[in-house]
Design a protein around this ligand. Structure first.
Ligand SMILES: Nc1ncnc2c1ncn2[C@@H]1O[C@H](COP(=O)(O)OP(=O)(O)OP(=O)(O)O)[C@@H](O)[C@H]1O
Ligand SMILES: [Mg+2]
Length: 262
C-alpha cells in the first residue's frame, strides 16, 4: 500500500477536493483505495453521504486504546462510498477533542500508521485528508504517510499558510528516519486575476524543487460533483479540473517511483 497525506494548515485550499479527486482517479484505474478523514469537520465523510455528527463509530475510535490499535478495528470502521473501489474511514465530530492535543504527551502519534498497517493487504493506496491544525491528528497523518501533497490556494495570504506548513514538516522530519517528500499544488487558480498569477510566480521562485509546475483551475464542476456525492472523475471525466488532477496524479506517481529508486 502507498500512503499519501493531503495537508495544509490553512482552511479552504482544496484539501478535501484534492484527496477525493486523486482517490477517484486511482480507483478508476482499478486500484483499491481507502480514504481517511482525519478532519473533525468531516467534509470528506459528508461528501460520501455519511453524517459526521451522528456516526457512532469513526476514526476517533482508533485513538481510544492508549496508542494501541485492537486487531480488526480499522476494518470494522470502514464505510462504503459511491465508488465501489473506494472505502472510507470516516471522521466524527468527536475527533475535535483530539485536534489540539500534543502528540508527545498523549503517546498517540502512531495510531494511524498502526491502523493502516492492518489494512496493508486490503488496499493499494491510502489517502489521508488532514485537519488544518497542528496537533495529534496532523502528526498522525504525516507520520503514517510516504508522500505529502500540500494544496495552496493561489492568493496572496495562502503563501503564509504554506510557510507554516513547511516549517511544521521540518519539525516532523526530525523524528522520521527519512524526510517526507512533498509536492506543492496550486489550486483554485484563476488566470484572469493578477493575484493568481502573482502567487504562482512567487511559488515558482520560492519552492522551485517542490512545486508541481502546473495548477488546478477554478472549476464549478467540482462543486457539482460534491453535491452529487460522486468523485470528480465519475461526475465529469473531462472537466478542466479533472484533466488537471489527472496530470497531478501522474506527477505524484512518477515522484513516488523516483523516491523508491533512490
Ligand atoms: N478547483 C476548484 N474550483 C472550484 N471550486 C473548488 C476547487 N477546489 C475546491 N473547490 C471548492 O472550494 C471549497 C473548499 O474546498 P475543500 O473543501 O476541498 O477545501 P479544504 O482545504 O478541504 O477546506 P477545509 O479546510 O474547510 O477542510 C469547496 O466548496 C470545494 O468544492
Ligand atoms: Mg477539508
Amino acid at each position: 500500500m502507498r500512503v499519501w497525506a493531503v495537508a495544509n494548515q490553512k482552511g479552504g485550499v482544496g484539501k478535501t477536493t484534492t484527496s477525493i479527486a486523486l482517490a477517484g482517479l486511482l480507483a478508476d484505474a482499478g486500484k483499491r483505495v481507502v480514504v481517511v478523514d482525519l478532519d473533525p469537520h468531516g467534509s470528506m465523510t459528508s461528501y460520501f453521504g455519511h453524517d459526521p455528527d451522528t456516526l457512532e463509530h469513526s476514526s476517533f475510535d482508533l485513538f481510544l486504546h492508549q496508542g494501541a490499535v485492537p486487531n480488526g478495528l480499522p476494518q470494522q470502521l470502514l464505510r462504503s462510498t459511491s465508488h465501489e473501489r473506494i472505502a472510507l474511514l470516516p471522521s466524527s465530530t468527536a475527533l475535535a477533542t483530539l485536534e489540539r492535543q500534543s502528540p508527545s504527551q498523549s503517546g498517540l502519534g502512531l495510531v494511524l500508521a498502526k491502523s493502516l498497517a492492518q489494512l496493508w493487504q486490503d488496499f493499494d493506496h491510502a489517502i489521508i485528508d488532514s485537519p488544518p491544525l497542528l496537533g495529534v491528528l496532523m502528526v498522525n497523518a504525516l507520520a503514517a504517510s510516504q508522500q505529502l501533497v500540500i494544496p495552496v490556494q493561489t492568493e496572496f495570504l495562502a503563501v503564509k499558510g504554506l510557510e507554516r506548513m513547511v516549517s511544521t514538516l521540518a519539525m516532523i522530519n526530525r523524528s522520521r528516519k527519512q524526510a517526507l517528500p512533498y509536492s506543492i499544488v496550486p489550486t483554485l487558480f484563476d488566470r484572469r486575476t493578477q493575484a493568481s498569477l502573482n502567487t504562482l510566480r512567487m511559488l515558482r521562485d520560492s519552492y522551485p524543487e517542490h512545486l508541481w509546475p502546473a495548477y488546478i483551475p477554478i472549476d464549478t464542476r467540482l462543486r457539482d460533483a460534491s453535491r452529487a456525492g460522486l468523485t470528480p472523475s465519475r461526475f465529469d471525466a473531462n472537466s478542466r479540473a479533472v484533466i488537471a488532477y489527472r496530470a497531478l496524479l501522474k506527477h505524484l506517481l512518477n515522484q513516488q517511483m523516483a523516491a523508491q529508486v533512490a
